[in-house]
Design a protein around this ligand. Sequence first.
Ligand SMILES: *[C@@H]1O[C@H](CO)[C@@H](O)[C@H](O)[C@H]1NC(C)=O
Length: 214
Amino acid sequence: MRILTFLGAIVAVISSLMYMLDTHLEKFYIFNPNQLHALSQSAIAAHGNDTRAVVDYIVAELSKTHPNHVNVEEEWVFNNAGGCMGAMTIIHASITEYLIVFGSAIGTEGHTGRHTADDYFMILKGEELAWKAGTFEAERYPQGAMHLMKRGEVKQYAMKEACFALEYARGWIPPMLFFGFADTFSSTLDFYTLWRTTLVTGREMLTNLAKMKL
Ligand SMILES: *[C@@H]1O[C@H](CO)[C@@H](O)[C@H](O)[C@H]1NC(C)=O
């Protein structure tokens, strides 16, 4: 009985803490979706379909505007989630935000995941299709467009051919990692990739935390 009371108290404390933090999440954000969108568009305007150069341009600009919170090393890892396969490199990861380049040179299709963060998907190359259950038409996001998935929303999405995006998520990031890792256990068994992903993500989150960036 005492244990139950204790557990109840812990749950109450944690959930009120989460609630309090939740109403102040905005304060922890250092990136802005509209600025990132504008940056992607100017990168495309400067380098078109030379996606190598587009990515370099974006990372170089961000490392000027956010010198303490941007990872300039490209560390590409495959990612399997929701039936989709792509590769990503982490530009920033903290408790409340992440910024990655994600995509596939041959396309992929699956479940977006239902997340605890708002997700802004800015297309750098190719086109993304998405749709919601209960609708009959695809949403189309061509090069330069931004696809916002609000926290809790879920869709099916597809990149029919080569497609790369700058993906920015803001909200609670740690719970999203479970979705990002689940396919390793149920499908790929690629534990080396899981290890590298965990290492890079953990390193970035802890480095940012050490700089008081939640
Ligand atoms: C990139 O290539 C696609 C397909 O060939 C083309 O439609 C698009 O206009 C190109 N974008 C730029 C910015 O050159």
